[in-house]
Design a protein around this ligand. Structure first.
Ligand code: NOJ
Length: 709
């Protein structure tokens, strides 16, 4: 017995030179400089610079990011684990957002699949591929709720809904963390940037923060995420990177988050611009004492905090806790045991197959008059538009190591399905010249159908890409009108990173397909849908407004005291546009149709500890097999605080053969119907709850149940 124990202890010691042999003892051997060094994170331009290598040697760096390739991570890790005094391994971070080299759909697109398993699968694959290139830590998932499509980073998240956003957040964390560490970002409220202007201030009540913006972070924490990134924005005057309420009270005390918080890029130094610190040292003190453990790119912790610790203005215990969180993370990742983590990437064929499948699941069919789609694989097709023969833009924002040469363009995808294709670019994405219109119109005239591939450049969304107008850039809308005027039926294929304003197209174009930025298999997946090899099943994770003046427009709004009434002027609406969106949250069509009937709830009365099951019969009433996303929304009719008119609480993807009916169950735990009460505590209040089950946030059958004390 004792022999076995000895062997075990020995194995642990041999395998882990600095690990379970007690991080406390490691901490006790660290100088203050070495401690602050662990809290320091710097970006490398592809490989570590000589100065950065020197910092590693001196124990003044806890991690590096943007080191590309194992041939570049390995030598610097070797310096850390052989030449630095305490031999503490480095973290290697990177923004692996929707793929490493194999690029998958942007997160907003993938959220349209309403398929968390798909998100988990792409995150797992991206993490494995990144790990093979020396990366052990990604700055994803981005879980910011976004209600304003002007904000370009809406592309990087899961849209406007906390429930869908939470499921996607947890799925991506699980997926990434099979191979590398994940980071839920940006904590918190970044998506509420006023006027959709990047990095702008936010004004979020504690209630809305807790009900809307925080749940996806909580889901990431519950899924075991290792790190959170503190955001750039302030929340009602308190910057998120120096906000003890967020990073200490909520995150550490309430949620018991055991991992570490990394700042966003120089967001510690930016506390000076925010006007809450007058010096670098003060900015560092505010951030570190608020609970931001690792300083990305400001170098303030390592350069300016030692004196404050020595003079007790920052308690040493604060530094020690931050260091321990980072050391524990390194230990959990196995870095002390295996600092180089040699990994193999998934086979390229596997990555492509996954990219094509998930891209197909991410395409939303917005309109399909007289069943123009799917197209027959015969006859002449005109393929027009600046994004048709384009291999760069489908990579979207944040495409890491993605390469245009890996992308199948929409034109290429269509050519694999049909023989006679006439191509004309028509115009650039945002230029003003109509010189190419004539050739586009001529191509359309000769074709039985014109497919127009229009939208945004990849870099028109993502970071620092707010737009003040949401139309098609440049002369694309005029190109669309010119081609439509030929009388040849038009299919509009959209490529974009945010909801667009599509009024003219929605009124005049018979078929509209939203493809977002789909990644390397964009062309094949789009063609699969256009020609019916894949029946579209995605649903909008975000509302599409009619006009910019409606923004912010989201489905889970409160009712107001004067809900819109067409017959009463003095109700909440506009005098010049309808109050409704163009396409509501949860909306999307299929090549078949689905009917809903017979909604039943498992009980008329339920306690908070109960679960209600809603059963509805869904029938495929069309002529093809198809997948419906059955959605369940709840409204708390009377509460001490005004509650949203609807909130998504459950959904299921259900595949039905033509004519097939199925009783579909959706379960809701009554305790999940909480809101933040008058005392700012979560509560489920007794009373009537209305349940809606249907195809999107604006339709559905209704039933009610009573929550009893
Ligand atoms: C700034 C971005 O806001 C953040 O999302 C990203 O992870 C960092 N830069 C690092 O690249």
């Amino acid at each position: 017995m004792s022999h076995v124990r000895h062997v075990l202890i020995l194995t642990v010691l041999l395998a882990a030179p600095a690990s379970a042999q007690n991080l406390d003892s490691l901490l006790s051997r660290m100088t203050l400089e070495e401690k602050l060094g662990q809290l320091n994170l710097l970006s490398a331009g592809g490989r570590a610079s000589p100065e950065q290598m020197q910092l590693v040697r001196a124990g003044k760096l806890g991690g590096l990011f943007n080191v590309m390739g194992a041939e570049n991570t390995t030598p610097v890790q070797r310096i850390a684990v052989t030449e630095s005094r305490l031999k503490i391994p480095l973290l290697f971070g990177l923004d692996v957002i929707h793929g490493y080299r194999a690029i998958f759909p942007i997160p907003l697109g993938e959220a349209s699949s309403f398929d968390p398993e798909a998100a988990e699968a792409t995150a797992r694959a991206a993490g494995q591929e990144a790990a093979a290139f020396g990366i052990n830590w990604t700055y994803a998932p981005m879980v910011d709720i976004a209600r304003d499509p002007r904000w370009g980073r809406i592309a990087e998240g899961s849209g406007e809904d906390p429930y869908l956003g939470s499921l996607m957040a947890a799925a991506r964390v699980r997926g990434f963390q099979q191979n590398i560490f994940a980071t839920a970002k940006h904590f918190a409220g970044y998506g509420a940037a006023e006027a959709g202007r990047e990095y702008n201030e936010t004004e979020i009540s504690e209630r809305t923060m807790r009900e809307v913006y925080l749940p996806p972070f909580k889901a990431a924490v519950d899924a075991g995420v290792t790190s959170l990134m503190s955001a750039f924005n302030d929340v009602a005057g308190v910057p998120a990177s120096g906000n003890a309420w967020l990073t200490d009270t909520v995150l550490r005390r309430e949620w018991r988050f055991p991992g570490f918080v990394v700042s966003d890029w120089t967001s510690v130094a930016e506390l000076i611009n925010h006007g809450i610190a007058g010096s670098q040292a003060e900015a560092g003190r505010r951030a570190l004492t608020a609970g931001v453990d690792m300083d990305m790119q400001s170098s303030i912790y390592v350069d300016s905090l030692a004196a404050l610790v020595q003079s007790n203005r920052i308690p040493l215990a604060v530094v020690d806790s931050a260091v321990m969180r980072i050391l524990r993370a390194k230990q959990r990742l196995g870095l002390f045991r295996d600092p180089y983590r040699a990994r193999t990437a998934p086979p390229a064929t596997e990555l492509r197959a996954l990219a094509r499948r998930v891209a197909g699941e991410s395409i939303v069919l917005l309109k399909n008059e007289r069943s123009l789609l799917p197209l027959a694989k015969a006859g002449t097709i005109a393929v027009i538009g600046p994004l048709a023969d384009n291999k760069e833009e489908p990579l979207g924002p944040w495409h890491t190591q993605g390469r245009a040469e890996d992308v199948v363009s929409v034109l290429q995808g269509i050519k694999t399905k049909v023989q006679t294709v006439l191509y004309a670019q028509g115009s650039g994405i945002d230029d003003t010249s109509k010189a190419g219109f004539a050739a586009a119109v001529a191509a359309a005239r000769q074709a039985k159908v014109a497919v127009l591939v229009l939208g945004e450049r990849g870099d028109m969304s993502g970071e620092a890409a707010s737009r003040s107008s949401l139309g098609l850039p440049g002369v694309q809308e005029q190109l669309l009108e010119a081609v439509a005027a030929t009388g040849t039926p038009v299919v509009l294929v959209l490529m974009n990173g945010r909801p667009l304003i599509l009024e003219w197209a929605s009124d005049h174009v018979p078929a509209i397909v939203e493809t977002w930025f789909l990644g390397i298999e964009a062309g094949n997946a789009t063609a699969d849908v256009l020609f019916g090899d894949v029946n579209p099943s995605a649903r909008l994770p975000v509302t599409f407004p009619r006009v910019l003046g409606q923004v912010p427009l989201y489905y889970n709004h409160r009712n107001t005291g004067r809900p819109p009434d067409a017959n009463n002027k003095y109700t909440s609406k506009y005098i010049d546009v309808p109050v409704t969106p163009r396409y509501p949250f949860g909306y999307g069509l299929s090549y078949t149709t689905f009917g809903y009937s017979n909604l039943k709830l498992s009980a008329a009365r339920a306690r908070v500890s109960d679960t209600i099951t809603a059963t509805v019969t869904v029938t495929n009433s069309g002529g093809r097999e198809g997948t419906e996303v059955v959605q369940l929304y709840v409204r708390d009719e009377v509460a001490s605080v005004s509650r949203p008119v609807r909130e998504l609480k459950a959904f299921r993807r259900v595949t039905l053969k033509p004519g097939e009916s199925r009783a579909v169950d959706l379960r809701v735990a009554v305790r999940d119907l909480w809101f933040i009460g008058l005392d700012m505590k979560p509560v489920v209040e007794p009373g009537t709850f209305r349940v809606y089950v249907g195809p999107n946030s604006a339709e559905g059958l209704e039933a009610t149940f009573e929550c009893i004390p």
